[in-house]
Design a binder for this molecule. Structure first.
Ligand code: HDD
Length: 755
């Protein structure tokens, strides 16, 4: 066939819709000859664009409009074009000299397509590369209005936000559930400009001075020779650094605690870490620490769960966040502030507020709620939003200013600088996700990836050519004016204040504030990580650090390492515990929790159906687990299977319910019935994957319920029916009721303590 003729035919088909389209000709509706799995043969009405998918508002310097709104939306028109807007007739074949001949260099489409592909990746973030994000709304209560003039903190102001959560050490494709600090970065698109609160899920940091940041990150990242281990702190260089720089003792202790393995991004606290300075309308200043308090409480995985999830679902946290939002279970946090008088010493109750390795116990300075954050929309494009968002601690608005925390000072440089490499130039604020919602009228010009077509001739001031514009505003017209803070007269030194030398009293307070089970977890984490180190000197130095925090902590870890426990080399500080630091001992709403209902074709399907509704009604997520996919039962009792025995793993569930078979004695679940009933309910009892599901859930302290014979599945899995948090009830709903109550405490803690 003549290729040119064929090409011309294809163009005609594409433009006219061809003659192979659906019979009834309704775009989007498959005709009788055209099952939905077939390739569409004619253009269909493009999907309406999502609000955040509209591209930059470009103005053609020729004065022509650049197309309608739809045309500015990437990848949504009916016809394929090249990057210059020219329609293409084929994108599957290179231009060749005959079907078996050489590919021609003149193929501009091939060259453009491959060239663009070659440059699709941008450098990942040097830290916090792995992340997930969501859009939302921040509604302020007005309770901070007396201490800050920030307009978005006035009463009942709603501000759009974009929040990105992350791990620190891992690469972009690393697992979500590794032991690490989590980033919690929030971009507020306020009427007065963008405010970024770039925090973590821990209130303290490893180092006190930004000049050490490259060092701590080099130590935490994989070893430079083999580039292992990925996304882990359990290796020699990390422990070498944090034991030689004992200011890291506090943050390391937080990392080794349950805070290092959160259950969900939705169940983490967030902290601004540094002390910031609020400025009121009358100019009065107050020192402040920012806190995010999750409505669902602060909860963690257990270590074995975290490890299993890294393998079976490396996207565990990313999926959890997106699923919850898609299901309408919008995650919420209250923003809270701890305020302190802005005295020249910048200390509070003896705690140096400029030292970012310090926290201020909530018992000494209560966290006062100032607004509510609700995440209610998933990003529509990961790259455009989650990857290209650029946070910066220097994105401040009037009413919020910085302090002299030396860690913060270095960050004020780093976050702008890093975007030059990562986002390819200084114009990253023009990327759609980074654009302020307030008008921008800067005098910044040109540069790589400039998309604005600036008007006027005088990007300088004062000028007389552009009517004098732009003018500067005073504080009364909404300008950011630095708080006129006095800088003490001093000599230039490379030194830290003496108060920064106390490295152990704050970690000791954290340790003393933990419950018994949390302490057990901390000891296990240190023992695991240090046993992964090869260097004896590193382990011994780590024990010395622990001895300076607490003798029992040190002795227990030393025991696990098979080493003697050293004595403290400093006097142990007299500190009061801070109960607010413990995650255990409270009850929380079970909203968005995942309940697995394990059943088979012979299970109590009516009850399963009723349970699904009850679980949904309680704001939780039911997942039916059965031997294979598809539908169980028929008619009104039909139940859709969401997980099979092969795809379900305990880590996905917060609680399990085991459905018994209807009208059959409990024996049906018993091992001795397996031969007689090799499928269905009997399979549930004896399938090793169900056994694993139940035994892991039990070991991880999860609530388990069974009814009408389901208890025999528990027996088969070695789960005692009378153990704490195991419910054997007369009906599915009765089992759910008790399980739901148990879930309020997140886990059945007695099981760990008994163990
Ligand atoms: Fe940082 C990213 C949080 C100290 C330099 N940092 C980054 C992110 C978070 C934090 C949440 C990810 C933002 C996103 O989702 O895009 N960083 C912190 C906190 C710190 C901290 C809470 C201490 C209190 N960081 C810190 C120091 C430096 C940096 C001391 C440098 C001197 N951080 C960066 C960076 C990153 C970054 C290299 C990488 C990607 C980016 O900024 O945009 O500039």
């Amino acid at each position: 066939p003549n290729p040119l003729k064929r090409a011309a035919e294809k163009v005609t088909e594409a433009v006219q819709g061809g003659d192979t389209g659906p019979e009834d000709g309704i775009p989007g509706k498959p005709g009788p000859e055209s099952p939905s799995v077939a390739e569409p043969t004619e253009p269909r009405e493009p999907l309406p664009s999502k609000p955040d998918q509209s591209g930059p508002e470009t103005m053609s310097p020729t004065g022509q409009p650049t197309g309608d709104a739809q045309a500015r939306v990437a990848q949504s028109g009916a016809y394929l074009t090249d990057a210059q807007g020219t329609r293409l007739y084929d994108t599957d074949h290179s231009l060749k000299a005959g079907p078996r001949g050489p590919v021609l260099l003149q193929d501009h489409h091939l060259r453009e397509k491959v060239m663009h592909f070659d440059h699709e990746r941008i450098p990942e973030r040097v830290v916090h590369a792995r992340g997930a994000a969501a859009h939302g709304i921040f509604r302020s209560y007005g309770t901070a209005a007396s201490v800050t003039r920030a307009a978005f903190l006035a009463r009942d102001v709603e501000t759009p936000v974009f929040v990105r959560f992350s791990t620190v050490l891992g690469s972009r494709g690393s697992a979500d559930t590794v032991r690490d600090t989590r980033g919690f970065a929030t971009k507020f698109y306020t009427d007065e400009g963008v405010f970024d609160l770039v925090g973590n899920n821990m209130p303290v940091f490893f180092i006190q001075d930004a000049i050490k940041f490259p060092d701590v990150i080099h130590a935490g990242k994989p070893h430079p020779d083999r580039e292992i281990p990925q996304a882990q702190s359990a290796h020699d260089t990390f422990w070498d650094f944090v034991t030689l720089h004992t200011e890291a003792a506090h943050h390391t202790l937080w990392n080794m605690s349950d805070r290092g393995i959160p259950r969900s991004y939705r169940m983490m606290e967030g902290f601004g870490v540094h002390t910031f300075r609020l400025v009121a309308a009358d100019g009065a200043t107050t020192l402040v620490k920012f806190h995010w308090k999750p409505k669902l409480g602060v909860h963690s995985l257990v270590w074995e769960e975290a490890q299993i999830a890294s393998g079976v679902d490396p996207d565990f946290h990313r999926r959890d966040l997106a699923d919850a939002i898609e299901a309408g279970a919008y995650p919420e946090w209250e923003l809270g502030i701890q305020t302190f008088p802005d005295t020249p010493e910048q200390t509070f109750e003896g705690i140096d507020l400029l030292d970012p390795t310090n926290l201020v116990p909530e018992e000494l300075a209560p966290v006062q709620p100032v607004g509510l954050l609700t995440l209610n929309r998933n990003p529509s494009n990961y790259f455009a939003e989650t990857e290209q968002v650029a946070f910066h601690v220097g994105h401040l608005v009037p009413g919020i200013d910085i302090t002299d925390d030396p860690l913060l000072a270095g960050r004020l440089f780093s976050y702008l600088d890093t975007q030059i490499t990562r986002l390819g130039g200084p114009n990253f604020p023009q990327l759609p996700i980074n654009r302020p919602h307030s008008p921008v009228n800067d005098m910044l010009r040109d540069g790589m990836h400039q998309t604005a077509v600036h008007r006027g001739v005088a990007p300088y001031r004062p000028n007389s050519l552009d009517g004098g514009c732009p003018f500067t505003a005073g504080a009364d017209a909404g300008a950011f004016v630095e708080a006129p803070v006095r800088v003490p007269e001093a000599t230039k030194v490379r030194e830290a204040p003496e108060s920064f030398a106390d490295h152990f009293s704050q970690p000791r307070r954290f340790w003393l504030s933990m419950s018994a089970v949390e302490r057990e977890h901390i000891i296990a984490a240190y023992t695991f990580e240090l046993n992964k180190c090869y260097e004896q000197a590193v382990k011994e130095r780590a024990l010395q650090v622990l001895a300076n925090i607490d003798a029992e902590l040190c002795a227990s870890v030393a025991e696990g390492l098979g080493l003697p426990a050293p004595k403290a080399s400093v006097p142990l500080a007299e500190v009061e515990p801070s109960p607010a630091l413990s995650q255990v001992g409270h009850t929380w709403p079970a909203d968005g929790r995942v309940v697995g209902i394990v059943t088979g074709p012979d299970g109590d399907l009516d009850a399963v159906q009723a349970l699904r509704e009850a679980i949904l009604g309680a704001g939780m997520v039911p997942l039916v687990v059965a031997p294979k996919g598809g539908i169980l039962g028929s008619g009104d009792a039909a139940v859709t299977v969401q997980r099979t025995y092969a795809t379900a793993r305990s880590v996905e569930f917060d609680a399990l319910l085991v459905a018994g078979p209807p009208g059959v004695g409990g024996d049906a679940f018993g091992a001795r019935d397996v031969k007689a009933r090799p499928s269905g309910a009997a399979v549930a009892a004896t399938d090793p994957r169900v056994g694993l599901l139940l035994s892991e859930a039990f070991r991880h302290g999860k609530a388990i319920g069974a009814w009408a014979g389901g208890e025999n599945a528990l027996d088969a899995a070695g789960v005692p029916g009378d153990a704490p948090g195991v419910v054997v009830a007369g009906s599915g709903t009765a089992a759910l009721e008790q399980v739901q109550e148990l879930m309020g405490s997140h886990r059945v803690w007695e099981r760990f303590i008994a163990a």
